[in-house]
Design a binder for this molecule. Structure first.
Ligand SMILES: NC(=O)c1ccc[n+]([C@@H]2O[C@H](COP(=O)([O-])OP(=O)(O)OC[C@H]3O[C@@H](n4cnc5c(N)ncnc54)[C@H](O)[C@@H]3O)[C@@H](O)[C@H]2O)c1
Length: 279
């Protein structure tokens, strides 16, 4: 409440957040927490019907803020420009922009993936976030304020595993890209901050669906075991990440849910803490 509203020239100013790929999963859960904190929320995704359902969920939350929806395919720069313009028209400012849209890859080695499959993962997970950042940065520079966040994932820390190499390539690049953007934002004194959100492992549709639900991923018993130890539902992670963003004023911040320390603790206590997300 304190964060979201500032008195500007005797007019209450309510902050606005835009989240891509937010009809479900982490994006939708983050939108809920922002709304609880009285920020205006614009959710966007590929499918209008799913966005309408998500809007209904968000409107059940007691809040002084507004919710709006806008279809946007992050692989199309025109869609991103339209989403920016729509938000500016509705709310004047974009205070926080989160490049959250993502697709998982089929569980195959690199040489068994088709070129189209490789393109889709890179276009959504990497290029979508790069173009989103570029276009919203131009707006935020004009505003002289704003914060841009990108989502890290498997591979960001250089981990490698069969079946996640192209996704990991994009997330490793997202980490580099976000740090590079933060450096440039700083050197050009843009007054815009840029940061990384690291959500760990979340029990969402993402982990069992590849290429935007076009293909199923059958998790092995070993993978399920690891997810049961390290994973969390997205509402828990969203609560942590949004509170981190609301507090953050620093450029180049990393807001990390599953720290190495937490992961080690989870493995040490796994025997006492039996969870089964897959029953
Ligand atoms: N689930 C995990 O374990 C996990 C772990 C680390 C990072 N992440 C990252 O978190 C983010 C959210 O993941 P999630 O688990 O909520 O996944 P999700 O599949 O539940 O949600 C992703 C959303 O992105 C949308 N999307 C896909 N392609 C799009 C496009 N071209 N344009 C716009 N929207 C598009 C989907 O429709 C979907 O609503 C992703 O960036 C993902 O890489 C997920």
């Amino acid at each position: 409440m304190k964060y979201a509203k500032m008195k500007l020239n005797k007019v209450w100013y309510m902050k606005t957040v835009v989240i891509t790929g937010s009809a479900r999963g982490l994006g939708l859960e983050m939108a809920k927490v922002f709304r609880k904190n009285n920020l205006n929320v614009v959710i966007s995704d590929l499918n209008l019907d799913k966005l309408k359902l998500a809007k209904q969920e968000l409107e059940k939350i007691d809040s002084n803020s507004n919710v709006d929806i806008y279809t946007c395919d992050v692989t199309k720069s025109n869609d991103i420009t339209n989403l920016i313009n729509f938000t500016k028209e509705k709310f004047n400012n974009i205070d926080i922009w989160i490049n959250n849209a993502g697709v998982n890859q089929p569980e195959k080695p690199i040489w068994e993936l088709t070129e189209r499959e490789i393109d889709l993962v890179l276009d959504v997970d990497l290029k979508g976030a790069i173009i989103g950042s570029k276009l919203v940065m131009e707006e935020m520079i004009k505003q002289k304020s704003g914060a841009i966040y990108n989502i890290e994932g498997y591979g960001s820390n250089d981990a490698k595993m069969l079946g996640l190499s192209i996704y990991g390539t994009s997330k490793r690049a997202i980490t580099y890209f976000t740090e590079a953007l933060a450096k440039e934002a700083d050197e050009r004194k843009t007054n815009v901050i840029v940061g990384k959100l690291s959500p760990g492992i979340m029990i969402t549709d993402f982990i069992t669906n590849a290429l935007g639900d076009k293909e199923k991923i059958n998790l092995s018993e070993k993978t399920k075991k690891v997810y049961n130890i390290l994973g969390d539902y997205p509402d828990v992670v969203a609560n942590f990440l949004v509170n981190g963003m609301l507090k953050n004023t620093k450029n180049n911040a990393k807001i990390e849910w599953l720290t190495t320390r937490k992961a080690v603790w989870r493995f040490m206590t796994a025997g006492f803490n039996k969870r089964d997300f897959f029953k």
